[in-house]
Structure formats: structure tokens, C-alpha cells
Design a protein around this ligand. Structure first.
Ligand code: GAP
Length: 514
């Protein structure tokens, strides 16, 4: 994994643009904040990520099926889900810098600083005590650490109470009591805290016809809930079962920043798993384990993941956690796993007047199922891949390269076929090989520039294998295959090439480990 530093995100953004992964939206008009377009390599990588998720979640599970619901939904959907009344962020403005912040994020950042002090104490003690250091015991007994921890607990408690009782004045007092300053200007001159709804709205129909206000969905989940019975009945699904969906979601994020981490238009991959009431904690644990296992299989480095349990639960949840990834900005939410109780189905029953229940033949009764949700942002997953893959290295010959070490199974292009020279029949032979491989793998052909330069181009877009056709190929039907990461080149017969590539880039071998 690349080193964490302030410049890393900037470098990734520049690289993503230069090599056709991500462009700012409508750039010729100076762009649009928090909207991005995926370029020729970006779209391939994104599709591979979707496919890996879909295969693991739908294809590999007999009791999970897919759905593709519309973005526009009846406006009552969002009243029932609580989004009209409660999908708000508590915002506070700094009067001097004119910057706007989420009040809870300012407080959480303050807590993170105290956590940093605890970590420093632990590091110091670990050095002092060496091998005999017992971290658990130290955390439970050291006076200074306990002091910091109780400070954190008390802040968390005050924040939770203020948010749960919707007491925005208390939230402001907490910011002032903690002496939190604007990270940009250092000023402590804050406005009152106000709620800001995050849903985008638009008009359905023309004004003359009596237009009605509708929303762009802020999550894909509600499309699944309102289709619960349609899928259950037509698919003859038995509890427990799941419905999975990939699609766009829209949020009018106040502070949209950090590249594709927080966008106003983004893509979610969500799965709602319907269970018998009372079984939800067992399934919550199951999905926590399954999802972290899936992430680790992807090959971005196990050390880059951690769980974060929610203290402030959303209005619909009785347990929730995030899977966090070590982004260039530090550990941040990548995926949410939520035990949503029967909140959504019950709310839709109330607002629609339709029953959304499952008849359990074993229990001989109907009930509203409980729901465990797994919800991952595809764009954040994309950023996780870029973060883990982006590598600047000096090779043994002293030369430098920037290489995207994207796991082969999800790399945008699997193989580049390169004739050593643009003459002597080498291009023709290379194209023959390409024609054979391209039926099964996304391949590219390149004959321009010296071979070293062409290898670097493929390194920069993360192509895991380069197949080079040279004069020996014409004599004995062999080619060299170059490994992007270790730079080893092996000469193999063309007849073995397809099977070899298939082995190296196969998603199947990952899925078999699930
Ligand atoms: N249905 C539940 C739900 O939407 P969430 O925690 O608000 O839960 C789920 O969002 C995931 O969607 C997050 O873990 C994150 O990966 C992604 N996500 C949320 N807001 C986003 C944004 N503005 N830009 C990019 N991804 C976002």
C-alpha cells in the first residue's frame, strides 16, 4: 500500500485523470463540484467491481436475487422511510471563514485527536516495555489513558443525547465547550447549528398540469423494500432471503469533497436480507463476517480494513457498523452494515395501507420480517482500489515508474499484446494472438514507441500482463509474458497462453474462496 500522506490523494486524482480513469464532470465548462465521469479505464474497473460484488452476493447465494428499481419513486416512499423528516445533517458555519461543516463531524474529529493521544501513549509504553508489553492491560489501567478515554466517553454521550433529542443548541454548546476551531482559519466564531435536508427534489409533469414534487432517491434500499412482496411471491422466496441491487443514489452533500469519496451523484451496491424477528443479531454477525471476508479477498491488503461500531444509531437501526478502509485521508467508511429491524416494511405498510408480510408455514403465522442491510458505495470502493494500487517505485536499474498494482481479477485491461517491432510480420502475428484472447479477456494492442515505454504505459493503467511478440515467435510460436508487479518475463508457447492468462486473471478462483 502506498504511504499515507497529504499529497497522495492529489497524486491519485492527477493520475486518474491522466490515464483515463476519472475526469471531472463537464470539465470544458470548468466542471461541476462533486460530480465525476469515469473514463475508458474507469468504466472497465467499475464494471469489474460491480460484477465481483454481484457474483458474490447474488450468483453465489441461492437465497439472494437481484432487482433494478427506478430512481424516481412515489413521493410517499420518502415520507415513510423517514427521509423527508429526518434525512438531515446538522450544519454549522464559521462566521469568519464562511466555511460550512457538519457539527457531528467536527466533534468526531476532535475525538479522533484524543484517540491519537491514546495511541501515542501506547506507542511510547510499547517502546519502554518491549516484549513484555501487554496493550490490553495498559489500556485498562494507565491513569492518563483512562482520563482520555473518559473524556471521549463523555463527549460521545453528550453528542448522542443532543442528536437523539434533536437539541441543536446543545450541539453548539458542545462545540464551544470543547473549544473546537475551524480547521481552515482557526476561528471559533460559530453560527447556530441548523438542520439541512440532503434530498434533491424535482418536478414531475409540467406546472400547468399540476406538477408534483418528487425526489431523486438518496439510497437504493427503498426500491427493494417497496418490491419486497413482488419478489417474494414471484420468486417463491422463503425467509431468510435477500434482494440485491446496484444503482445510482443522489444526496445534496453540503461538504462534498475528497474526490469520489463524497459525491452528490454516486452508486450504491445494497442488499437487504429479510429474516425472522429475533434472528436478526445472528444474521447481523453473519453479514459482518461475510462482507469483511469479501473485502479481504479483493486483495487490497487486510491491514487496510477495520470495523467501526456506531454509537449514534440511525432512526431505523438497532445495531450498525461500518467497514472502514485506510484511504489517503485515513480510515473512513467504505461499507455500512445495518440491522434495520422491521422499521421500513412497517412504515411502508402504514403509509400504503398494503400488507408487507411473510406467511411462515413452520410458525403458521404471518409477520413483518426484520432486515439486515449491507450497503457499499461503489465509488468509495473504486477509490479504495486506486489508493491501494497507486505505487511509485525505483527499479533495480535506478529507473522510476508509477504502477497501478490493481488486483488482476479486477484490472481494467488484462493483457496488452505488443509486437516488438512494427515490421517483419510481427504486428500481424500479434493481432492473431489478440483476436484469440479478446474473446474472453479485455485486451489492448500497442505498437507505438519503444517496448520499454509501452510497458510503462501499461503499468500506469494497471494491466497485469504484457505479451510480447518477437522474431523468435515467428520461428517457434513462443511469446514472452511479463508480470507487471515483479517484472519477470517468461517465454511460453502460444498454445498455452489462453489457459495461462485465464488462470492468472480469473475471478472464479477468488469466488471459490468465498
Ligand atoms: N441504505 C443505507 C445507506 O444508504 P449510508 O451509510 O448512508 O447507508 C451507504 O450509505 C454507503 O454509500 C456508504 O458506506 C458509502 O460507501 C456510500 N455513500 C454514502 N454517501 C456517499 C456519497 N455522498 N458519495 C459516495 N458514496 C457515498
Amino acid at each position: 500500500m502506498a504511504n499515507q500522506d497529504d499529497n497522495l490523494l492529489k497524486k491519485i486524482i492527477a493520475h486518474a485523470k491522466e490515464y483515463g480513469f476519472i475526469f471531472p464532470s463537464s470539465e470544458i465548462y470548468d466542471g461541476l463540484a462533486a460530480a465525476y465521469d469515469y473514463g475508458q479505464n474507469g468504466v472497465e474497473l467499475k464494471n469489474n467491481l460491480k460484477s465481483f460484488w454481484w457474483k458474490a452476493m447474488v450468483q453465489m447465494n441461492e437465497n439472494i436475487v437481484g432487482l433494478d428499481a427506478s430512481i424516481f419513486m412515489h413521493p410517499t416512499t420518502w415520507k415513510a422511510s423517514g427521509h423527508v423528516d429526518a434525512f438531515n445533517d446538522p450544519m454549522v458555519d464559521n462566521k469568519d471563514s464562511k466555511k460550512r461543516y457538519r457539527a457531528d463531524v467536527l466533534i468526531e474529529d476532535h475525538i479522533a485527536k484524543i484517540e491519537g493521544k491514546i495511541n501515542k501513549e501506547v506507542d511510547k509504553a510499547a517502546k519502554r516495555f518491549g516484549d513484555s508489553f501487554d496493550k490490553e492491560q495498559y489500556l485498562a489501567t494507565n491513569g492518563r489513558v483512562l482520563g482520555y478515554q473518559s473524556e471521549i466517553d463523555s463527549i460521545n454521550e453528550r453528542m448522542k443525547n443532543a442528536i437523539e433529542s434533536d437539541n441543536l443548541a446543545d450541539l453548539k454548546t458542545l462545540i464551544e465547550d470543547l473549544g473546537i476551531a475551524d480547521p481552515v482559519s482557526g476561528s471559533k466564531n460559530w453560527t447556530d447549528v441548523r438542520q439541512f435536508n440532503l434530498m434533491f427534489s424535482t418536478e414531475l409533469g409540467s406546472v400547468a398540469d399540476g406538477a408534483s414534487k418528487i425526489y431523486l432517491r438518496p439510497e437504493t434500499a427503498q426500491g427493494i423494500f417497496v418490491n419486497f412482496l413482488n419478489v417474494q411471491k414471484t420468486g417463491r422466496m422463503k425467509i431468510p432471503f435477500g434482494i440485491a441491487q446496484i444503482g445510482k443514489a443522489f444526496r445534496n452533500e453540503i461538504i462534498a469533497r475528497q474526490f469520489i469519496f463524497r459525491m452528490r451523484e454516486f452508486e450504491q451496491m445494497e442488499m437487504q436480507f429479510f429474516v425472522k424477528p429475533g434472528d436478526e443479531m445472528q444474521w447481523y454477525e453473519h453479514w459482518k463476517n461475510t462482507r469483511i471476508g469479501w473485502h479481504k479477498l479483493l486483495g487490497l491488503g487486510e491491514e487496510n480494513y477495520r470495523f467501526h461500531d456506531h454509537l449514534n444509531l440511525a432512526h431505523y437501526a438497532n445495531a450498525a457498523c461500518d467497514i472502514e478502509f485506510n484511504f489517503p485521508m485515513g480510515f473512513k467508511e467504505l461499507e455500512g452494515i445495518h440491522s434495520r429491524t422491521d422499521f421500513d416494511l412497517k412504515a411502508h405498510e402504514e403509509h400504503s395501507g398494503k400488507k408487507l408480510q411473510f406467511f411462515d408455514p413452520q410458525e403458521n403465522k404471518s409477520y413483518v420480517p426484520y432486515v439486515i442491510e449491507t450497503s457499499i458505495g461503489l465509488d468509495r470502493l473504486f477509490l479504495a482500489v486506486l489508493t491501494a494500487a497507486f505505487t511509485e517505485e525505483t527499479l533495480t536499474d535506478g529507473s522510476e515508474r508509477t504502477v497501478m498494482k490493481i488486483p488482476a481479477a479486477i484490472a481494467p485491461t488484462k493483457v496488452a499484446v505488443l509486437p516488438l517491432l512494427k515490421k517483419d510480420g510481427l504486428p500481424e502475428k500479434a493481432r492473431e494472438i489478440l483476436d484469440e484472447l479478446k474473446l474472453d479477456f479485455n485486451c489492448t494492442y500497442d505498437e507505438k514507441d519503444a517496448i520499454g515505454k509501452r510497458y510503462r504505459r501499461q503499468d500506469a493503467v494497471g494491466t497485469p500482463y504484457c505479451v510480447t511478440v518477437d522474431h523468435q515467435t515467428l520461428e517457434d510460436n513462443t511469446v514472452t509474458i511479463r508480470d507487471r508487479d515483479n517484472l519477470q518475463q517468461e517465454r511460453i508457447n502460444i498454445s498455452e497462453l489462453h489457459a495461462r492468462v485465464s488462470d492468472l486473471v480469473s475471478v472464479t478462483s477468488l469466488l471459490k474462496k468465498i
